[in-house]
Design a protein around this ligand. Structure first.
Ligand SMILES: Nc1nc2c(c(=O)[nH]1)N[C@@H](CN(C=O)c1ccc(C(=O)N[C@@H](CCC(=O)O)C(=O)O)cc1)CN2
Ligand SMILES: NCC(=O)N[C@@H]1O[C@H](COP(=O)([O-])[O-])[C@@H](O)[C@H]1O
Length: 208
């Protein structure tokens, strides 16, 4: 991996409430954290994630699939909007669109997912975990690849499923653990670097 800027330049992609984004924005107020959110992008307007960026004084952009003649054009436009901010790292945090191999060639992209990958990929991790009856689920931070939630794993955190959980209560508890994992991992990557060799991800020494 090429050396990261100092502080590392991070573009965050969101589709909804943006609590993971907020956790990163809060962490980035400390110079010692080592990263800076340089822009926030979304696939839709009028979401709290974009409002959080506005309040923090961080530039935003929107790329809606319907505004482009094809999914490929959308993906290229998204990549160009991201690229304009010259990120060291892209963090997909509740971004509900799959990105192409071309996008992933251009940017080292992390995604946070509310399940213990490879279990329960897709858009409904907490629901699928509950329906399956698992007693432990959690969250995974991974390097995005061309599959759906299949990329090399950076970090995972377990969360116990309670007997009286519904999808909302379980997802909220996962999100609390997920935010801490995301903030810790992105900060370490920014300060220490990251190496991805096949499916093995290492943060530290040789990664910068
Ligand atoms: N190439 C990849 N792109 C992304 C991944 C990934 O693993 N590989 N992770 C996502 C986030 N994600 C779950 O973690 C996820 C997002 C979206 C979908 C999906 O099927 N989306 C549909 C549309 C849904 C909608 O707009 O409501 C789609 O993209 O057409 C599955 C998993 C970030 N990107
Ligand atoms: N497969 C993608 C997916 O399910 N993403 C999940 O959406 C939530 C977004 O919360 P936030 O908008 O409050 O950060 C997070 O739990 C994230 O892992």
């Amino acid at each position: 991996m090429p050396a990261l800027s100092s502080p590392a330049r991070v573009v965050v992609l969101v589709s909804g409430s943006g609590t993971n984004l907020q956790a990163l924005l809060d962490a980035c107020t400390e110079t010692s954290y080592g990263a800076r959110v340089v822009a926030v992008g979304a696939d839709r307007d009028d979401i709290e994630g974009l409002a959080r960026a506005d309040r923090a004084g961080v530039p935003t952009f929107v790329a809606k699939v319907d505004d482009y003649s094809s999914r490929e054009h959308w993906d290229r436009a998204l990549g160009d909007k991201v690229g304009a901010f010259e990120p060291d790292l892209v963090v997909s945090a509740g971004f509900m669109k799959l990105v192409s191999p071309d996008f992933l060639e251009r940017f080292l992209t992390l995604n946070t997912h509310p399940a213990l990958c490879p279990a329960f990929p897709g858009m409904h991790g907490p629901r699928d975990a509950l329906e399956h009856g698992v007693k432990v689920t959690g969250a995974t931070l991974f390097v995005v690849d061309a599959g759906v939630d299949t990329g090399p794993i950076v970090a995972q955190v377990p969360v116990a499923v309670a007997e009286d959980d519904d999808v909302e209560s379980l997802h909220e508890r996962i999100k609390t653990a997920e935010r801490a994992m995301l903030v810790e991992s992105v900060g370490r990557i920014a300060r220490e670097g990251i190496t991805v060799e096949g499916r093995r991800v290492r943060i530290g020494a040789a990664g910068r």
